[in-house]
Design a protein around this ligand. Structure first.
Ligand code: ADP
Ligand code: ADP
Length: 225
């Protein structure tokens, strides 16, 4: 795949990884570089939570506990999102699918339009590193840009580089919820690594390199598609 100015059949890239692995950070770069829509199921839920929609109220009750939102509502929300026009060139999925039922629903939706996944990139990071990263993660409430006090700080402490908003921490990045989310990842999402390995789409990647090195590795994979 060349950059965003080229013509190409739509490309679907999945970023798989534990909370804090760097999915959102890399999805943002890939999306811009190749003109793909960046779909973060977590960001979609957080938007609904902040607008207090019925979906947001339901999702919050799971998110606060570090558990997954039920498959039926999650699948419906993401399927509606991929039907929007900005997905015409393709999508980079960040945080979806997270269960085998979600992966099957995505495969079926793409197959219906004679499309398929290009790559599922598994970004691997050890738990102790994930915990350090999540406790230092700060996000912009207005544009969802992600920072890290240790590895990726904003230019002005406490404010977003893009729009100057005051940065905040996610409620679910507190240590007890982080541990629960890592546990949920191991039980419910890690099996997807084998699911995509079986279908031949899996690409493994060392997520403990610097953000720039991980980007270079992700771009290398995207260029083969
Ligand atoms: P992270 O970036 O730390 O992996 P996300 O922002 O992707 O976290 O997700 C935050 C929370 O939103 C999850 O803990 C879960 O409650 C909910 N969520 C996000 N994506 C999904 C999904 N695909 N299926 C079910 N729940 C999800
Ligand atoms: P995810 O979407 O997988 O939960 P994020 O992209 O939000 O992960 O990254 C989690 C935190 O770690 C953020 O604060 C981010 O700035 C930081 N981060 C992302 N990738 C790296 C990396 N390769 N090295 C160090 N810190 C990173």
């Amino acid at each position: 795949m060349k950059d965003s100015s080229s013509n190409h059949a739509p490309i679907y890239i999945i970023l798989l990884g534990a909370p804090g692995a760097g999915k959102g950070t890399q999805a943002e770069v890939l999306g811009k570089r190749y003109g793909l829509a960046h779909i973060s199921s977590g960001d979609l839920f957080r938007e609904n939570v902040s607008k207090q929609t019925p979906l947001g109220v339901l999702a919050k009750s799971y998110m606060d506990k570090g558990e997954l939102v039920p498959d039926d509502v999650t699948i419906k929300m993401v399927m509606e999102r991929i039907a929007r026009p900005d997905c015409a060139r393709g999508v980079v999925f960040d945080g979806f699918p997270r269960t085998e039922a979600q992966a099957q629903a995505l495969d079926a939706a793409l197959a219906q339009e004679n499309k398929k996944i290009g790559a599922a990139i598994s970004i691997q990071v050890r738990d102790q590193v994930l915990i350090e990263r999540l406790t230092a993660r700060w996000i912009c409430p207005a544009c969802s840009t992600v920072y890290n006090l240790l590895s990726n700080p904003p230019r002005v402490a406490g404010n977003c580089d893009k729009d100057g908003s005051a940065l905040g921490q996610r409620d679910d990045d507190k240590p007890e919820t982080v541990r629960r989310r890592l546990d949920v990842f191991r039980r419910q999402t890690a099996p997807l690594i084998e699911y995509y390995r079986r279908s031949g789409f899996l690409r493994d990647l060392d997520g403990e390199q610097s953000i720039e090195q991980v980007t270079a590795a992700v771009v290398n994979i995207a260029q083969t598609l």
